[in-house]
Design a protein around this ligand. Sequence first.
Ligand code: ZN
Length: 134
Amino acid sequence: MKISRIDHVGIAVRSLEEALKFYEGVLGIKASGEEEVPEQLVRTAFLPVGDSEIELLASTSPEGPIARFIEKRGEGIQHIALRVDNIEAALERLKAAGVRLLDEVPRHGAGGARIAFLHPKATGGVLLELTERA
Ligand code: ZN
């Protein structure tokens, strides 16, 4: 398994528009685009910072995982994504090592990425995402 960088840090926010006032307006990081990911009931904005990005996540439904996260813990860092070159190989390696996974099979994420989440109980309490980009 080869992890090349932190692909992005996912931050749960109540409103993309409000969050962008700070990230774009104050910090001056220009969003590279916004996208809705219907499977995850979320709208995202990606803000490139060097080799990594900040991913702002706002729920499109009160039932969505981001809405539930904010209800429990408030706005804040929701996950950290690690870039892998081969997500199937990475998942096989983790399964063989007995690591608890939330996704045994990759699914589609924002920006055409293929992603899979590891259970926070296996990672020191952090929701880790593996990201493979074409
Ligand atoms: Zn992510």
